[in-house]
Design a protein around this ligand. Structure first.
Ligand SMILES: NC(=O)C1=CN([C@@H]2O[C@H](COP(=O)(O)OP(=O)(O)OC[C@H]3O[C@@H](n4cnc5c(N)ncnc54)[C@H](OP(=O)(O)O)[C@@H]3O)[C@@H](O)[C@H]2O)C=CC1
Ligand SMILES: O=C(O)CCC(=O)C(=O)O
Length: 451
């Protein structure tokens, strides 16, 4: 069978390529009806990133269509009793984008704006990320369209447990392993593990990672994503001759990722001059007192109202004079509207998908180095992998050992990507996609398609 697809930089279209079988011409890969070829959100961003890497994939590009359609999508209805006795329904998703290299792996997000197309993109970035750091997983992600801040603790538990039961048909320690993401944490992972275990009739610690330590969780997982952001940030800064001591850092998002990354940069002698979250933006030229700020955030839920800082208008955050900018909140934050204003020499993407392709081009043209999400925030899943391995062997490692292995993997992965970037004269993002897509599609190629 001859596939007439060419490995060009074509923009995603409703595929019209045809394959001749006898006298009949049939479409070789019509676009599934649920995929929007003109998606302007995170999924559209991912498709553009794949198009950019395709010319570098050589023979493997014949498999590239695999990346443009998730392997498996599950949409579930999640009904619960609210505390007032009424029934509420929430929409939940679990998407397994690719499983060529191993079981699906990726977090679960609880957020009022979560959509299927967003979860598809997040699952796809997991495939790339897991391959970039060479952990033996495919990519998956899940989410519930709910504002957890509006739920009582009991309602939150019921939503989590019902969602876990509903997606229980496709998750499992060797099928797909969820973990924390935005607005989910160790407690939620404990409920997920317990619900799955109840349904299976056996304690199954390996079904999720990011669990409490006393339930088979791993030392170091809570801090791992922020530690990875810090590790690659320091490596990249060294390569562009930017000293960390005294460097000015601006961070969007003071949650698990942004909070830890900011603290580690501050402990290394950098000045965290600006911070932003949903509640507002703050600035202190001398450097925010990170322990005090994190204490304030944990008490009040936001950076707003922190005493030892000036209030900054939210739009002004992007113009903050700084050397390093760390977006660590949600997708699509750096766009063509603010990319021109960014003053940093380096952007380290703690969040998934914070930069649109257009903004990516603007920053690249301006010589701002972007350390992309698919390597910068891979520390979390790397230690999730360690947790999963520890659960399987029931043998637990010291935090020192975990952090050492994490740093080794992150440094090794960044070195390899840096080399590919120099070799092909492409951005670090395209270089990461080259390394990762080759690994994924090589596995796909080796596995073949029969029957
Ligand atoms: N947790 C993990 O291990 C990993 C997370 N990531 C990615 O990192 C990012 C952050 O995740 P994580 O730290 O876990 O999530 P958290 O829920 O712990 O924190 C999210 C942070 O982002 C802020 N935020 C949310 N919306 C906005 C907004 N519109 N403007 C400004 N700030 C906002 C939140 O502020 P507020 O509380 O005020 O809403 C909060 O400070 C996400 O993109 C996630 O996918 C990537 C790899 C692993
Ligand atoms: O730890 C994991 O399995 C995945 C974390 C995650 O969701 C991510 O890296 O975006």
């Amino acid at each position: 069978m001859t596939n007439t697809t060419t490995a060009t930089n074509a923009t995603p279209t409703n595929a019209t390529n045809v394959t001749a079988i006898g006298q009949t011409e049939i479409p070789s890969h019509p676009l599934p009806s649920y995929l929007n070829p003109n998606d302007l959100g995170p999924w559209g961003t991912f498709l553009q990133q794949v198009d950019r890497v395709t010319p570098y994939l050589g023979n493997l590009s014949r498999w590239v269509e695999t990346l443009k359609r998730p392997k498996r999508i599950l949409v579930v209805d999640v009904p619960i009793f609210l505390d007032n006795g009424t029934v509420a329904h929430f929409e939940g998703y679990r998407v397994q984008h690719n499983t060529s290299r191993g079981p699906g792996k990726g977090g679960v997000r609880f957020h009022q704006d979560v959509t299927l197309s967003e979860v598809m993109a997040l699952s796809a970035w997991m495939s790339i990320k897991n391959a970039a750091v060479n952990v033996p997983y495919g990519g998956a992600k899940g989410g519930i369209r709910v504002d957890p801040r509006k739920l009582s603790i009991g309602e939150l538990e019921r939503v989590t447990r019902r969602y876990t039961s509903e997606i229980g048909i496709i998750i499992g320690p060797s099928k797909d392993i969820p973990a924390p993401d935005v607005n989910t944490n160790e407690k939620i992972m404990a409920w997920m593990m317990d619900t799955y275990s109840m349904n299976q009739g056996t304690t199954s610690t390996g079904v999720v990672t990011g669990k409490p330590i006393d339930l088979g969780g791993s030392l170091g997982r809570r801090e791992a994503t922020g530690r990875g952001v810090f590790t690659v940030g320091v490596q990249a800064a060294q390569r562009i001759g930017l000293p960390i001591e005294g460097a000015r850092v601006a961070v969007q998002g003071m949650g698990n990722v942004g909070g830890v990354a900011a603290r580690l940069f501050s402990e290394a002698g950098a000045r965290v001059v600006a911070a932003q979250d949903h509640g507002g933006s703050i600035y202190n030229e001398a450097g925010l007192n990170m322990p005090a700020l994190l204490e304030h955030v944990s008490k009040t839920g936001t950076v707003a109202g922190f005493e030892d800082a000036e209030v900054l208008a939210n739009e002004a955050f992007w113009q903050t004079p700084c050397d390093i900018l760390i977006p660590a909140a949600l997708e699509g934050q750096i766009t063509e509207l603010n990319a021109h204003q960014i003053q940093a020499r380096m952007v380290i993407e703690g969040a998934n998908g914070p930069t649109t392709p257009h903004a990516d081009d603007i920053l690249n043209d301006r010589g701002v180095l972007i350390v992309p999400d698919v390597i910068a925030n891979a520390g979390g899943v790397t230690v999730s992998y360690f947790e999963w391995v520890q659960d399987f062997s029931s043998f637990f490692w010291s935090e020192e050992e975990i952090n050492k292995r994490l740093v080794d993997i992150m440094k090794g992965a960044l070195d390899a990507i840096w080399q590919v970037s120099a070799e092909h004269n492409v951005s670090l993002r395209t270089a990461t996609f080259i390394v990762a897509c080759k690994r994924i599609l090589h596995a796909r190629d080796l596995r073949g398609l029969y029957p």
